[in-house]
Design a protein around this ligand. Structure first.
Ligand code: AMP
Length: 856
C-alpha cells in the first residue's frame, strides 16, 4: 500500500451523484482522534472505509447549489430546500445529467454550467472532509457512471481542479460498489468473483458485470439508461396526484416561475411518499399552504398505496431488468457460457434500489437474491478504498500511471516542494531505463509538472527509475515499469461507450465499450462513388461527436479507392481522427473534444420530434420487414416517450439526449434492398406515372401509338422492380432511362400537334415551365453552397459551383433565344429542357458531391 498522507494531505473518495454526493476516506488513513470521531458519528465505518458525515450526522449531501443575492454559494440540503420556497429562484439540481454541456443552468441568483455547479459540490465536500479530519485534502478519486461519455469525464476532472482537488482518477461507480461490497464481506476469501452491480439512483441507471481477480477488476460489460431514476418516480407520483385531486388545477407549465416552484414543492413531497412506500404498504401525502396553478390555496391529504405506486413504475423497473439481462448477454460474449447462474452476487446500489419491487423483479427474472448494503454509501466507500492505489507519492516526487501507446512509453509527474527544495524550477528530473540503455532529463515547470514522452520500450516490461536532482544531487527517486500489450495500466481508464464511424451501410465500430484508453486503431475503407467531399462522421455510443472531412478529393478519383482511417483516443480523452487517400495525396484531420451536450429549447425539441416522426413514417416503408420488426417497436416506444417528455416539459436535458438517440437510430437503420440506389424507387414510380399521363393525352391524338406505349408499361415496371431488388445500379439506371426515353418519345409526338389545341401545353406554357425549372435549380444550388461549412469550401468546390452557375446561365440564354413564332418552338424548347436543363438539375441535386465509403 502506498503512502497516503504526506505533503499533499489525505486523499478522499467522492461519489459525485446526480441526487446526492458523499465523501469517504480509507479506514487506515492517518487521521487525528479517529476513534473519537467514529464514536461521535462524524466518521461512519462502511467496509474498509470511513464515510464522513456533516454536523447533523448525515452522510449524504444533496447535489444542489444555490447562489444567494450577494453571490455566496449555498450547497447541499439548504440549497435543495430552496426548491420549495415560493418567491425564490430555484437551485441547480440534477446537473450531472448535463455534465460536459455548456448551457447555463439557474442556481438561485446566478447561472452556471454543470461543471461549475459540480465544482461547488466538490469544494463543499473537500471543506467538510478537512473540517472533520483536521488534515488538508488535496486529492480525490471521484466516481462517474460507467455510461458517462468521455466529455463528461473530462468535465468531472475539471470540476475537481476548480474545487482545489486534484482528481487523481475517475473510477466507474460499479467498480467502486463491488470493491466496497467485497471489502465488507467479512471472513470470506475474495480472490475471485463475478458480480452484477445494479445501480438505480436519482437520475441514472447502470447495470454492470464486474469480475474481481485477486487484485484487479475487469469490467466485463455494462448497459443502462442515462435518464432513469428516482426523480422519474417522483414525477410519476406528481402526475398521479394531479389525477387524484381533480378539484385543484395542477396543470403545471414550468416556464411559469410560480408553477416551477409549485412543482419543486410537490416533487419534494412526492419523494417523501415514495420513500415511505418502500417501508410501508400505504402512505399519505399531507401538505397545506401551497397554491395550485390558479392561485387557489390547497389542502392536501392524499392516500397512496404501494401497489398503486408499483403499477406506476413497473414498466420502468422491468426496463432496468432488461438492461441487466442485456449486460449479462454482453458478458457472455466475452466469456462463453456465462449466465446469471455464474454470478457470485447481485449488488444493489443507489437510493432507488431500496424500492422492494426492485429486489422482487430481479429475483424473479434472474433467479438470484440481490444484496442491499448501504446502497447510498458504498460507492463513496469504494472510491476511498481506491485511493490506496492512486499515484505514488514520495517526499519530492509524484508519478502518474505510466501510459504505453504505439510501442512508446509516457510518464507524467510532479516535483513536490518541501524540505530541501523550495522551488520546483530548480529541479532536474532524470529518467533512466534499468538496463542503462536510455536516459532523459527534463526541467520541471514552475508548478513542478514534468513529462517524459516517447520512452523507447526494449522489452515486454521495461523498468525505469525517475529521480529528482538539485545541483547534481539526487533528492528523491521512484521506480516504475512500462508494460507493452493489452494490459491496462493500473487504475487505467476504459471507454464507457462504443466509438464508431458511419459508412454508407451503417455504423462501423472502431473501439468497443470497455476497451482500455489510450486506444489506437487503423481501418481501411473504400470509396463507393465519386465526388469532392468525403466526410466520415464519428459517434460515441449513439451520439454524433463530429466528423473528419477530406474536402478536396479529385472528382475523378476512381470508385473503390482506398481510404486509410486512423483513430487515436488519447489518455486525455481527446479523439484524433485522421483520414487519408494515399493515391490522391489528400487527407483530413479532426481533433474531437467529445460531444458538448447542450439542452435544446422546447420549440426546437418540438421541431426535432416532428421531423423524427416524419422520417420514421418515411423509413418504415423503406426498411426490410425484418428490420421493421426488430427496430420498429423500439423506435415507436422512444418516440412515444419523447412525446411525453416534450408534452410535460420537465426535463430538457433528457429530452435532448433521447432525441439524439432516436435520430441516430433512424439514420443508421439498415434500409431495405435498393434503398441506396439513385434515383429512389418512388422517383422511378413518379416517372412511370408521368408516362401514363402523357400516354392518356396522346390517346386523344393518336390512339394507335398510345396503345403501343401503354402495352410496354408492365415490362418497364417489371424491369425496374427486378433491377431495384437485385440492387444493381447499372440495370437500375438502364430501367430508369428506358422510362425517360418513352416519356421523351411521347412528348415529341405530342407537343407539335397539341400546340394551339385547348388543354395541351402551348409553347409559351412550356417556356414558362423551363424558365421556372432553371430558377428552382439556381435557388437550390445557392442553398446547397450556403450549407457547406467555410472550412470545406475548397478551390475545387468553388470551381465546380461556378461552372454549375454558368451552366444554368447558358441554359437560360438558350431558352431566351428560341423564336416563339417558329412552328417548331415547342420541340426546340423540349430539347433544351431534356438535353440542358434536366442534366444540369441532376448535377445540382448532387452538389456538393459527397463521397460515401464502405469498409474494405
Ligand atoms: P442516489 O442518487 O443514489 O443518492 O439515490 C437517490 C434517489 O434514491 C432519490 O431519488 C431518492 O428519492 C431515492 N431513494 C432514497 N431512499 C429511498 C427509499 N427508501 N425508497 C425509494 N427511493 C429512495
Amino acid at each position: 500500500m502506498s503512502e497516503n498522507g504526506g505533503g499533499a494531505g489525505i486523499a478522499v473518495g467522492i461519489d459525485l451523484g446526480t441526487t446526492n454526493s458523499c465523501v469517504a476516506v480509507l479506514a487506515d488513513a492517518p487521521i487525528p482522534d479517529k476513534a473519537e470521531k467514529i464514536a461521535a458519528g462524524r466518521l461512519r465505518p462502511v467496509g474498509g472505509a470511513l464515510v464522513i458525515t456533516d454536523r447533523y450526522r448525515s452522510p449524504l449531501t444533496p447535489s444542489a447549489v444555490w447562489i444567494d443575492r450577494d453571490g455566496t454559494p449555498v450547497v447541499g440540503a439548504r440549497a435543495k430546500n430552496k426548491a420549495r420556497q415560493t418567491g425564490e429562484p430555484p437551485p441547480a439540481m440534477f446537473f450531472k445529467r448535463d455534465m460536459s454541456g455548456s448551457e447555463p443552468l439557474r442556481a438561485g441568483h446566478a447561472t452556471m454550467t454543470a461543471t461549475e455547479a459540480s465544482a461547488h459540490v466538490l469544494r463543499y465536500l473537500r471543506e467538510l472532509a478537512e473540517s472533520v479530519l483536521d488534515v488538508p485534502v488535496r486529492r480525490a478519486v471521484v466516481t462517474v457512471p460507467a455510461f458517462f461519455e468521455v466529455g463528461a469525464k473530462n468535465a468531472t476532472t475539471q470540476a475537481g481542479a476548480d474545487a482545489g482537488l486534484e482528481v487523481a482518477e475517475t473510477l466507474i461507480e460499479p467498480e467502486a460498489a463491488a470493491q466496497a461490497y467485497l471489502a465488507g464481506r467479512a471472513g470470506e476469501p475474495a480472490d475471485h468473483g463475478v458480480f452484477l452491480v445494479y445501480d438505480l439512483g436519482g437520475g441514472t441507471f447502470d447495470a454492470s458485470v464486474v469480475e474481481w481477480n485477486a487484485e484487479t477488476f475487469d469490467h466485463l460489460s455494462f448497459d443502462g439508461d442515462r435518464f432513469l431514476g428516482g426523480y422519474d418516480f417522483d414525477q410519476a407520483i406528481v402526475g398521479l396526484l394531479a389525477d387524484k385531486v381533480p378539484g385543484y388545477n395542477l396543470n403545471i407549465d414550468v416556464s411559469v416561475p410560480e408553477h416551477r416552484a409549485l412543482l419543486g414543492a410537490l416533487l419534494t413531497e412526492a419523494e417523501g411518499v415514495k420513500i415511505e412506500l418502500s417501508r410501508s404498504p400505504a402512505a399519505d401525502l399531507v401538505k397545506s399552504n401551497l397554491l395550485d396553478c390558479d392561485g387557489e390555496p390547497m389542502i392536501l391529504t392524499v392516500p397512496f398505496e404501494r401497489t398503486e405506486f408499483e403499477e406506476l413504475i413497473a414498466r420502468r423497473i422491468e426496463r432496468t431488468v432488461d438492461s441487466c439481462v442485456s449486460a449479462l448477454e454482453k458478458a457472455a460474449r466475452r466469456q462463453p457460457g456465462f449466465s446469471a447462474a455464474s454470478l457470485d452476487g447481485i449488488v444493489l446500489v443507489g437510493g432507488s434500489s431500496r424500492i422492494p419491487l426492485v429486489s422482487e423483479s430481479l429475483s424473479r427474472r434472474l433467479g438470484k437474491e440481490p444484496v442491499l448494503v448501504e446502497p447510498d454509501l458504498c460507492v463513496a466507500a469504494g472510491a476511498a478504498l481506491k485511493t490506496a492505489f492512486i499515484d505514488r507519492h514520495s517526499a519530492h516526487l509524484k508519478l502518474g500511471p505510466p501510459v504505453v501507446l504505439d510501442g512508446r512509453g509516457e510518464i507524467n509527474g510532479q516535483v513536490l516542494t518541501g524540505h530541501g527544495l523550495a522551488d520546483p524550477a530548480h529541479a532536474v528530473v532524470v529518467l533512466r531505463s534499468d538496463d542503462g540503455e536510455y536516459t532523459a532529463r527534463v526541467r520541471a515547470d514552475e508548478r513542478g509538472g514534468f513529462r517524459f514522452a516517447d520512452i523507447p520500450l526494449t522489452d515486454a516490461e521495461t523498468g525505469v527509475t525517475v529521480a529528482v536532482e538539485v545541483d547534481g544531487r539526487e533528492l528523491d527517486s521512484q521506480a516504475d515499469t512500462l508494460r507493452m500489450g493489452p494490459d491496462l495500466p493500473r487504475g487505467g481508464a476504459v471507454l464507457a461507450n462504443t466509438i464508431s464511424v458511419k459508412v454508407r451501410s451503417g455504423m462501423r465500430t472502431v473501439a468497443e465499450e470497455g476497451d482500455p484508453v489510450p486506444h489506437h486503431v487503423e481501418i481501411g475503407l473504400r470509396t463507393v462513388n465519386q465526388g469532392v467531399l468525403l466526410p466520415v462522421p464519428v459517434y460515441e455510443g449513439p451520439i454524433p461527436i463530429g466528423e473528419v472531412v477530406i474536402s478536396d478529393l479529385p472528382a475523378d478519383t476512381p470508385v473503390g479507392t482506398r481510404v486509410a482511417l486512423s483513430v487515436t483516443i488519447g489518455a486525455d480523452w481527446m479523439i484524433d481522427v485522421h483520414a487519408r487517400v494515399p493515391t490522391a495525396g489528400r487527407e483530413g484531420r479532426a481533433t474531437l473534444n467529445l460531444r458538448s451536450f447542450d439542452s435544446d429549447s422546447w420549440e426546437r425539441l418540438r421541431e426535432r420530434l416532428d421531423s423524427v416522426r416524419a422520417s420514421w413514417a418515411e423509413k418504415r416503408n423503406l426498411v426490410d420487414p425484418e428490420t421493421r420488426i426488430t427496430h420498429g417497436p423500439r423506435i415507436e416506444k422512444l418516440v412515444a416517450e419523447l412525446e411525453d417528455l416534450v408534452a410535460h416539459r420537465f426535463d430538457a436535458a433528457q429530452a435532448t439526449y433521447r432525441m439524439t438517440v432516436v435520430e441516430t437510430q433512424l439514420e443508421s437503420l439498415p434500409l431495405g434492398p435498393g434503398a441506396h440506389l439513385s434515383p429512389s424507387f418512388s422517383e422511378f414510380e413518379g416517372k412511370l406515372l408521368d408516362l401514363e399521363q402523357l400516354i392518356d393525352q396522346l390517346a386523344g391524338v393518336d390512339a394507335r401509338r398510345a396503345a403501343e406505349f401503354r402495352n410496354e408499361l408492365p415490362a418497364l415496371r417489371a424491369a425496374g422492380s427486378a433491377a431495384h431488388r437485385a440492387e444493381r445500379q447499372l440495370d437500375w439506371s438502364t430501367a430508369v432511362e428506358q422510362v425517360e426515353a418513352r416519356i421523351h418519345a411521347v412528348w415529341n409526338l405530342l407537343v407539335p400537334p397539341v400546340i394551339g389545341v385547348p388543354g395541351g401545353p402551348s409553347a409559351a406554357t412550356l417556356r414558362a415551365q423551363v424558365l421556372a425549372e432553371i430558377s428552382r435549380g439556381r435557388d437550390s444550388l445557392r442553398d446547397r453552397m450556403a450549407g457547406v461549412p467555410g472550412a470545406q469550401r475548397t478551390q475545387a468546390l468553388e470551381e465546380l459551383y461556378k461552372s454549375l452557375v454558368t451552366e444554368g446561365d447558358v441554359a437560360q440564354a438558350d431558352v431566351h433565344r428560341v423564336d416563339m413564332n417558329a412552328p417548331d418552338a415547342g420541340r426546340i424548347l423540349r430539347r433544351v429542357l431534356d438535353e440542358r436543363v434536366m442534366p444540369w438539375l441532376a448535377r445540382v441535386e448532387t452538389f456538393p458531391p459527397v463521397v460515401d465509403v464502405e469498409p474494405e
